[in-house]
Write a protein that binds this ligand. Structure first.
Ligand code: 5AD
Ligand code: SF4
Length: 437
């Protein structure tokens, strides 16, 4: 039986984690890992549909396999994840070389789907299980031996008007605290050094069943687990982030001093149209509170430019917020209308050229802010986690500070997965350079 699988993952950390589940399922069923597309019998694309550009990249990648599929007609190509769910069966019309599609919550069926395709060569779409599976109950593979993503919730209930996520990943479901704790304890017992808690909106975690800050309670419980490890979390939502969370971040020793808090826009009018549930002044108060309790912490954000009706004046508010809040880094996106969403019914009336200009203006401001923020670390000594080898330099390593800044240093490959202390000497807008002490 053809057995070799290769998975290419696009998009966010949830997809990365899902690919680990799918790989775990397949390895458990006797499939083997292929080193590349060329040696694979089964190729899976785990896809993202958050912006149209993400989908176009997936299509381009699949089309690149056309020649290979012609030469090896028994090659199985599957499209899994958010784009599979979003496009229902359009994918078979758009790229007929695809054999099957499978939405995020149907992924436990993948081994059976592949076996069926290998037997019957039929096209299959497995798409409608949203919210009914508990992926953590299935065997899982982990790509790293020292960094792990741990899901605390699935789906999202916020329905930001531009966002497809609630439609492709379903309503918000929380894992039970005791299951999360058990998973984290298992990882720490196996030597993991960094645990990143994952959820579309971690701050709305209600796994303990109380109305208050259940996420803070979860952080406290995980912080109490014995061991030498760091705790990170993504993503926070301003409408649910609280002073209590920032106090906890400032006082719980294992919780890293980094907050990713998507702003999306600095204009109250646009925030309202986006259905974000806060105003710019609420965000500013949160940022001030965070900086009070976590004084050397980093603050990063997401911003969308060119949302329908965004005027020059709205954009100026965003510029002002970006400059005033001095983010350590920002992801800036051009608005892209998405199917099913409320904003898709609004005219996408900001011309592409204007979106590109606004994008570039924000990038330029952010690069300057990021450089200044990184320069503040020069001369300091900090603990970092070495997370890989630098592909560009022989005997070069990469690492991260607790504040999630990228570090480049020289050192032996045996340091990967270890904490070391580094003195910083140099900074760019994206990296810090230093020497190990
Ligand atoms: N267009 C552009 N950016 C989007 N995002 C989500 N949906 C869209 C969209 N339709 C961005 C938001 C979110 C990040 C993950 O992707 O900024 O925080
Ligand atoms: Fe999308 Fe908003 Fe949910 Fe984030 S919080 S996944 S932007 S709907």
């Amino acid at each position: 039986m053809p057995k070799k699988i290769y998975i290419r993952t696009f998009g966010c950390q949830m997809n990365f984690r899902d690919s680990e589940f799918v790989k775990g399922l397949l390895l458990d069923e006797g499939f083997e890992e292929a080193g590349s597309f060329d040696t694979a019998d089964i190729i899976l694309f785990n896809t993202c549909s958050v912006r149209k550009h993400a989908e176009e990249r997936v299509y381009a990648n699949i089309w690149n396999l056309k020649g290979m599929k012609k030469k090896r007609p028994h090659l199985v190509i599957g499209v899994i994840g958010c784009m599979a769910q979003a496009k229902i069966d359009e994918i078979f019309d758009d790229v007929p070389i695809v054999d099957f599609t499978c939405g995020p919550d149907n992924e436990p069926e993948i081994p059976q789907l592949i076996k069926k395709i290998l037997k019957d060569r039929a096209n299959i779409a497995a798409l409608d299980m949203i919210g009914r599976t508990r992926k953590e109950l299935f065997p899982s593979h982990r790509e790293s031996a020292f960094k792990a993503y741990v899901s605390i919730s699935y789906g999202c209930d916020n329905f930001c008007s531009y966002c497809i996520v609630p439609y492709v990943r379903g309503r918000e479901r929380w894992r039970r605290p005791k299951d999360i704790i058990q998973e984290v304890k298992g990882l720490i017992g196996r030597g993991y050094k960094e645990i990143t808690l994952l959820g579309q909106n971690v701050n709305s975690y209600r796994g303990y069943g109380s109305k208050g800050d259940d996420f803070v309670k979860l952080l406290e419980e995980i912080n109490n687990i014995e061991g030498d490890f760091w705790i990170r979390f993504i993503t926070s939502h301003p409408k649910d982030a609280s002073e209590r969370l920032f106090k906890a971040m400032g006082s719980l020793g294992k919780v890293c001093e980094h907050l990713h808090l998507p702003l999306q826009s600095g204009s109250d009018r646009i925030l309202k149209l986006m259905n974000r549930g806060y105003r710019s002044k609420d965000y500013i108060s949160l940022a001030e509170s965070y900086r009070k309790y976590v004084p050397d912490g980093s603050l990063t954000t997401d911003i969308i430019v060119g949302f329908p009706t965004e005027s020059e004046n709205d954009f100026c508010h965003t510029v002002r917020m970006l400059k005033g809040l001095e983010f350590d880094s920002s992801y800036i996106f051009k608005y892209s209308p998405r199917p099913y969403t409320k904003a898709a019914s609004l005219k996408d009336d900001v011309p592409e050229k204007v979106k590109a200009e606004r994008n570039n203006i924000l990038l330029e401001i952010q690069n300057k802010l990021s450089r200044e923020a990184n320069e503040k670390s020069i001369g300091t000594v900090q603990e970092i986690l070495i997370d890989g080898v630098n592909p560009k330099i022989a005997s070069g390593l990469t690492g991260r500070t607790r504040t999630n800044r990228i570090v480049l240093i020289d050192g032996e490959g045996s340091l990967v997965g270890k904490f070391i202390r580094v003195k910083f000497k140099d900074a760019t807008c994206s990296t810090l350079r230093g020497t190990a002490l």
